[in-house]
Design a protein around this ligand. Structure first.
Ligand code: ACO
Length: 151
């Protein structure tokens, strides 16, 4: 895996990252809602307890001590493929002023590595058509069709 630009590091999401702007970066992707700090911590600790299932990473800019990119791998256990595991990449976002520096690419590479290390036989994701070229650069190929049902 190639390295990040100088002055950035990638690591697991931490309990202090609420204050480093974790939700603001996710806001690049979609409406994040109106969390209290405690709401955020409740979700953080729920996922931390299940740390063989949820792998959330952040890229931090050292100069500002802010989160600038986020991403999650969810590991699904299955009966098929002899109790196989499938990795699902979710909620990838890079803050607007930091896009185009390969931070998204490095985030995906790190999540692919975690998936492989944790025994996933494939890693899949859903994305908008406009992001297909980005994911192709990350080694993904188009398969089938996404369907959705909203409650
Ligand atoms: N169209 C074509 N090429 C692209 C695009 C695009 N939309 N985005 C990136 N690329 C290319 C880059 O030019 C680069 O190519 P190169 O290696 O030839 O120079 C390569 O993909 C890697 O690009 P990065 O610099 O790593 O991309 P960036 O850090 O800007 O992250 C991302 C890309 C995550 C899509 C970012 O633009 C973003 O946060 N967008 C808004 C939120 C979003 O749409 N997230 C993805 C949701 S899908 C999901 O979560 C599963």
């Amino acid at each position: 895996q190639a390295s990040l630009p100088q002055g950035y590091s990638i690591r697991p999401l931490g309990a202090q990252d609420y204050d480093r702007g974790h939700l603001q970066v996710l806001g690049v992707l979609t409406d994040v809602g109106h969390h209290t700090h405690q709401d955020w911590l409740n979700q953080f600790y729920y996922m931390k307890k299940r740390n063989d299932t949820y792998f959330s990473l952040v890229i931090v800019d050292h100069a500002s001590d802010r989160v600038v990119a986020v991403g999650t791998l969810l590991v699904e256990r299955k009966f098929v493929h002899c109790n196989g595991k499938v990795g699902h990449i979710e909620d990838i976002a890079v803050s607007g002023d930091q896009q185009g520096k390969k931070l998204g690419l490095r985030m995906i590479e790190a999540l692919q590595y975690i998936g492989a290390q944790n025994g996933c036989y494939k890693v899949i994701l859903d994305c908008a058509l406009k992001n297909v070229p980005f994911y192709e650069k990350c080694g993904f190929t188009q398969k089938e069709m996404q369907m959705a049902w909203y409650v």
